[in-house]
Design a protein around this ligand. Structure first.
Ligand code: ATP
Length: 315
């Protein structure tokens, strides 16, 4: 009986794009990307509990503002759970509780992490043993960043970003994230990028940017990685949210090795030389942006995984 099954909690990471090359818009409306994702230690925890009907609650962790998160059937976590149930022929509704640390609409793929964690939690709860590849195939139907939320670590993403190849890395990289209260819509940023490029814009020329990122990761070399970070969406994000230009400059002035827009923004990612220098950068930035907008994190970290299986009656 489903009601006697324990709840399962799964944890999935946010991501930062170390490289984001955007090709022309495709016939299906998506853009071809060449990106390098790194999973970082800002997490979403999703608990799946057997229930009489499908349901969802969201809790803010670490000061996240969750007011923009849909609580209905459009929520990515709920969509993920229902998709898995449908494909596996499971008729056991769950209540999902999402503990959100990742900024909403922040360019760190928080919604995708929720979907990844929901897939892993429900797969364990229903004892389906779907496997990582099977879950990633389902995840790609929900969103381009969901497969990476499942795989985690560091990976090159192509296609819409859903085709992943792991990248060898050495050691950890230390980040400071500067959150922005505004939030930016990903489709709007891509549209602005297209508008700025104009019609007739071709694919990005093959270049050495990917090689430079991979070499820096292999060597565990934060300074080389700082020099290689780039994001084709940065200009468009800064045009739509002009305050980002100031935030990027403030991050560099505070001693970061590099400052980049994270994905489609508006979160700004600051790469630092060490955990200690991340703390120094935070101390410099507190008077400028306020403590509440700053998060430290390191990467790479693993993809979505089960945290705990609570005994019946546990919460
Ligand atoms: P990405 O970097 O993948 O483009 P993002 O980090 O910028 O995404 P998200 O927080 O993942 O943005 O969510 C973008 C939008 O998706 C939200 O504004 C919200 O309307 C919708 N959404 C659906 N499900 C969720 C969820 N579980 N958490 C957050 N947003 C969700």
């Amino acid at each position: 009986m489903s009601d006697h099954r324990p709840a399962v909690t799964a944890r999935a990471p946010a991501k930062v794009n170390l490289l984001l090359q955007v090709g022309p818009v495709r016939d299906d409306g998506f853009h071809d990307l060449v990106t390098v994702f790194q999973a970082v230690s800002v997490h979403e925890d999703v608990t799946a509990t057997p229930a009489a009907d499908w349901g969802l609650t969201v809790e803010a962790a670490g000061g996240a503002d969750v007011s923009g998160v849909p609580l209905d059937g459009s929520n990515l976590a709920l969509r993920a759970a229902r998709l898995l149930a449908e494909r596996a022929g499971v008729d056991e509704p769950v209540h999902l509780h999402v503990r959100k640390e990742v900024p909403v609409a922040g360019g760190m793929a928080g919604g995708s992490a929720d979907a990844a964690a929901a897939l892993v939690a429900c797969d364990a709860l229903w004892q389906l043993r779907t496997g990582l590849d099977g879950l990633a195939t389902l995840g790609a139907e929900l969103g381009s960043d969901v497969p990476f939320g499942l795989h985690g670590r560091t990976a090159v993403g192509t296609g819409r970003g859903e085709q992943l190849v792991p990248v060898l890395t050495r050691g950890s990289f230390h980040w400071v994230f500067v959150l922005d209260p505004a939030g930016l819509s990903t489709p709007r940023v891509f549209a602005e990028c297209d508008r700025r490029r104009g019609p007739g814009w071709g694919p990005p020329p093959a270049d050495v940017r990917l090689e430079a990122v991979e070499a820096a990761l292999r060597g565990g070399d934060a300074e080389a990685l700082a020099a290689a970070l780039s994001n084709d969406l940065a200009e468009a994000a800064c045009a739509l949210a002009p305050q980002l230009t100031r935030t990027l400059a403030a991050g560099r002035a505070a001693g970061a090795l590099a400052a980049v827009v994270s994905g489609s923004g508006p979160t700004v990612a600051l790469l630092t030389a060490s955990a200690a220098s991340a703390q120094d950068v935070v101390a410099e930035l507190v008077p400028v942006v306020g403590q509440g907008r700053l998060r430290t994190a390191s990467g790479p970290v693993p993809g979505a995984r089960v945290l705990e299986a609570l005994a019946p009656g546990g919460q």
